[in-house]
Design a binder for this molecule. Sequence first.
Ligand code: ATP
Ligand code: MG
Length: 361
Amino acid sequence: MAAAARTLRIGLIPGDGIGREVIPAGRKVLESLPSSLNLKFSFVDLDAGFDTFQKTGTALPDKTVDTLKKECDGALFGAVSSPSTKVAGYSSPIVALRKKLDLFANVRPVKTTVGSSRGNPIDLVTVRENTEDLYVKEERTIEGPDGKVAEAIKRISERASSRIATIAGEIALSRQAIRAAAPGTSAHTKPMVTITHKSNVLSQTDGLFRETARKALSAEKFSSIHVEEQIVDSMVYKLFRQPEYYDVIVAPNLYGDILSDGAAALVGSLGLVPSANVGDNFAIGEPCHGSAPDIEGLGISNPIATFRSVALMLEFLGEANAAAKIYTAVDGNLDDGKFLTPDMGGKATTQQVLDDVLKRL
Ligand code: ATP
Ligand code: MG
């Protein structure tokens, strides 16, 4: 007798701009996964974003948060427009969502395909702590004898450092499982985690991060992982000199912010880079790009970042095999190069890229 299929309920939050073009394409990818995976999906459409704010006065309706919390296993988030001037009462719904669902890790893989002509393939992921460090935003300005002095609190806790290092270890193992399920898509052979810090200068804050991360990654279940450390400045240097070396990079909030944007630049178009916001029991896949108003409605937005975000979400929902199928199909599309959107130098539409990826699935 066949085992009962697992059904995952996914919240779809297209948001603004091209989010409304790429999220429906991402849904199609989920719906087209091979039935041999024994995986089913149900979907619920949810509102958030600047348009929602203009219509309802709130960028993140309670219903969206409640539905995600009560009904959903995971979600896909498209993009939100950020108004160029400050609008009273408006704040980013994804930032609020991360807080409300305690999504403490921001995970951003960047990858070139093995067949790429740009030298050694890059295949790394930054795992950024998302709740503390300088982002606690406790700043003050005092009037000193020689003028103003501004200060900010950098807060690092054992709890947050430990859970981010633990998830980095789990990601390293999951990536190894994906490599096994999708052979030929990566040049790495062994899981590795690089702990990034500046504890030579900030011995207490970054010192605690380093020490706690080391301890978390010394757990028995991570014994197959090679763990190393890198001071953040030399990390930047090596990341740009030798990006193919890295597998998983774990960092406190600020360094993670900078490193993940830098890493994204290594692979060209923003339309390729996925992310996930991850907590203990929930994951939201989110392409790294914004709402791209300059190409909205033209039907040419690159859906690859979304497809990879779909796969990433599946990884965190424990479906590495399904994720591997999507990664293989996407790499096939990119390697082949026949159906690429204009940001990649091609002429294909969003729909054509989708069709090509579906065919490969
Ligand atoms: P926002 O304020 O929402 O971030 P933005 O104007 O900064 O909007 P981004 O979405 O950040 O726009 O995109 C920056 C540039 O990259 C734009 O020129 C955009 O067209 C391009 N771009 C972003 N995402 C994609 C995509 N998926 N496909 C093609 N081009 C993209
Ligand atoms: Mg932007």
